[in-house]
Each structure stands twice: as structure tokens, then as C-alpha cells.
Design a protein around this ligand. Structure first.
Ligand code: FES
Length: 110
């Protein structure tokens, strides 16, 4: 079941830096550049460091743990050691509120 969820108020997102939002089992790193918003999975595909804490360069974010850079549009790593992409979330801004759609992640309790 796909959900449309509110992530943040646009005005609360810092420009040029990441913000981590946890919702419906997802941990999402949101990056704002003016009115443009990019959202990718926050867990680095190499060893799960928070990409929201990374530095942003030329449309990429650099993982703060081992330095892989991820493209903010495609989620694809453009440098090692990460080799697998992170999830990309489509963003919609309506009346100053930032939304995405996602499939909730349900933790297996068995
Ligand atoms: S945890 Fe991100 S590159 Fe290793």
C-alpha cells in the first residue's frame, strides 16, 4: 500500500545541508537547494552511515564515514567504497509542505 506522507515544512529545511526524517520505516535524507528538494535513502549502502550528515558537492552528498559520494538525483554512488545505489524518493511541495510517496516498511517480528 503506497502512502503519501508529509516530510517537513519547506521553511524548516536548511539550504545546502541534509536533514534526516524517519517515517513509515524509512529513513530519508532530504536536501534543499533554494526551492529544489532532493530526497534519498539516509542509510549509506556501504555501512549505513547517515547521508544526511554528509557534505554536499556538485549534486552529490559525500558519506561522512568512508567518503563515497552519491548522486542526489539518481541515488547512485559515484565513488567507492559504496557500489549499490540508495533509494530515491519523489518529492512534491504543496503550500510550503514537502511530501513524498512510499511503501511502508514493516519490520518482521518473527
Ligand atoms: S558507510 Fe558510507 S562509504 Fe562507508
Amino acid at each position: 500500500m503506497t502512502l503519501r506522507v508529509r516530510l517537513a515544512a519547506l521553511a524548516d529545511l536548511p539550504v545546502g545541508k541534509g536533514t534526516c526524517v524517519a517515517v513509515a520505516g524509512h529513513r530519508i535524507a532530504i536536501f534543499r537547494f533554494g526551492d529544489a528538494i532532493h530526497a534519498i535513502g539516509d542509510r549509506c549502502s556501504h555501512a549505513e552511515a547517515s547521508l544526511a550528515e554528509g557534505e554536499v558537492f556538485d549534486g552529490t552528498v559525500e558519506c561522512p564515514r568512508h567518503g563515497s559520494a552519491f548522486d542526489l538525483i539518481t541515488g547512485i554512488p559515484v565513488s567507492l567504497p559504496a557500489t549499490r545505489p540508495v533509494e530515491v524518493y519523489a518529492i512534491e511541495v504543496v503550500d510550503g509542505e514537502v511530501f513524498t510517496t512510499l511503501d511502508p516498511i514493516v519490520e518482521d517480528e518473527s
